[in-house]
Design a protein around this ligand. Structure first.
Ligand code: SF4
Length: 72
């Protein structure tokens, strides 16, 4: 199951999502405990998915709602 999640397009294999990497410099670089400074989109054979590092896409409401739809 875990491999199914990490091999899909929704969760691409990259240093920004790896358990060994720490994002620095405003998402421009990743400090890896194994390979040093890496780019966020790089990857290696030691990749280990960390679900807490993924930033989910922002949800948007469908258009067509008015303020009255949310009033009690
Ligand atoms: S270089 Fe490899 S081990 Fe290091 S953060 Fe990137 S994928 Fe993970």
């Amino acid at each position: 199951m875990k491999q199914k999640l990490t091999r899909g397009k929704a969760y691409p294999r990259k240093c920004a999502h790896c358990a060994f990497g720490s994002i620095v410099e405003g998402d421009k670089e990743v400090l890896c405990t194994r390979n040093g400074v890496m780019q966020p989109d790089d990857c290696c054979s030691k990749y280990q998915y960390d679900p807490l590092k993924r930033q989910p896409k922002r949800q948007t409401l469908a258009s067509g709602y008015s303020e009255e739809d949310f009033a009690l």
